[in-house]
Design a protein around this ligand. Structure first.
Ligand SMILES: Nc1ncnc2c1ncn2[C@@H]1O[C@H](COP(=O)(O)OP(=O)(O)OP(=O)(O)O)[C@@H](O)[C@H]1O
Ligand SMILES: [Mg+2]
Length: 341
């Protein structure tokens, strides 16, 4: 891992540059040998630039299959990069040397998943589930100290101390998600990556978990990368929002600005497609057309076949990111509009 020089206070905690991840989804070689198809590469994430400031929440939104989870997994180091770089607190994360420094840095990034039941070991008591990261990352910790830290973590996530003696199946979905959060916090992370953490929960429970996340952020100075299809949850929790379409970031900006004044035609369609709680009577318009296959995305701007503003060059050229205040948008129509304004 290599750190470079810049005052840590002003530097974003997570810096992604031209991040890409391709999957080889070719049929097996013997099938190809006998004429059964050719090599195929799926570009799940293709050239994303994003910064995540410390102590803030950045959410990723976009239709299913646009690459949100893949980007999250890249950030946590679950997949190697196909191109680009990810820096966490100035450290290049693609360098894997197995060193103590590397392990210490990776510990500072933890992930929370959609389904807490699948991610918690059903045969372990909660004390062991939450105690395990402490045992791994702070091996010098004694038994009594570990137990007291588990109690402290349970309290932090709003569970009683007697939860420690029970098994995951003895809890409700919301309580299980609290246990997952306590387990993530046991590693003393700076960055929590939350991939649809509330999608499997009842609406009333979702709000409680989101409130808990906000309280913990305030208390511990945590930074969140949050992924959700629920745009009201995204609006509630985010400082910044990034909109993805077929592996590319098409717009990003401050959450309130993006929700009030979406610039990219895709962002506009995405926001129009959700029911508006403030105006329940208003008809919502689903986005016309299907997301094209990421195996053969349309040339030019990937959104051009579904875009009401598409021009000739949108079908051949890829727009660059144009800055809009603190954010940016990748669209030729917006670029022209900005140039003539
Ligand atoms: N391990 C993998 N091997 C092959 N293809 C993959 C793999 N993981 C993801 N993909 C593909 O990459 C694309 C992006 O998937 P990803 O799961 O990142 O999307 P997503 O935005 O998280 O979608 P959702 O909203 O449904 O969770 C999809 O076309 C998916 O099929
Ligand atoms: Mg996903």
């Amino acid at each position: 891992m290599s750190a470079d020089r810049q005052a840590p206070a002003e530097r974003p905690l997570l810096e992604m540059r031209d991040v890409a991840r391709f999957f080889d989804v070719s049929p097996p070689w013997y099938q190809r040998l006998f004429g059964g198809g050719s090599r195929r590469v799926l570009r799940a994430v293709d050239g994303v630039d994003l910064d995540l400031p410390r102590g803030r929440t950045l959410s990723l939104v976009g239709e299913s299959g646009c690459g949100k989870s893949t980007l999250a997994r890249l950030a946590v180091g679950l997949y190697p990069l196909s191109r680009g770089s990810i820096r966490f607190d100035g450290m290049e994360m693609s360098v894997r040397d197995g060193s103590f420094a590397e392990r210490r840095t990776r510990r500072r990034i933890q992930m929370i998943f959609q389904d807490p039941f699948a991610s918690l070991n059903p045969r372990w008591r909660v004390a062991r589930i939450i105690g395990e990261p402490i045992r791994v990352h702070e091996p010098g910790t004694g038994e009594a100290e570990r137990r007291s830290r588990v109690r402290e973590l349970l309290e932090m996530v709003g569970l009683d101390a007697d939860a420690a003696a029970r098994y995951p199946h003895q809890f409700s979905g919301g309580q299980r998600q609290r246990i997952s959060i306590a387990r993530a916090l046991a590693a003393r992370p700076d960055l929590l990556i939350c991939d649809e953490p509330t999608s499997a929960l009842d609406v009333s429970v979702q709000a409680q978990i989101l409130n808990l996340m906000r309280e913990l952020q305030e208390e511990l100075g945590l930074t969140y990368l949050f992924i959700s299809h629920d745009l009201s949850a995204v609006r509630f929790i985010s400082d910044y929002v990034g909109v993805m379409y077929l592996g590319r970031l098409v717009e990003w900006g401050e959450a309130e600005t993006l929700f009030r004044n979406p610039r990219h035609p895709y962002t506009r369609k995405l926001l129009e497609s959700v029911p508006n709680l403030a105006e329940p009577g208003r008809a919502r318009t689903p986005i016309a057309g299907e997301v094209p296959s990421p195996l053969s995305p349309p040339p030019g701007c990937h959104f051009n076949p579904r875009c009401p503003l598409a021009m000739a060059k949108c079908r051949t050229d890829t727009p660059g990111m144009v800055r809009t205040g603190p954010g940016g948008v990748r669209c030729f129509a917006v670029e022209e509009e900005t140039a003539t304004a």
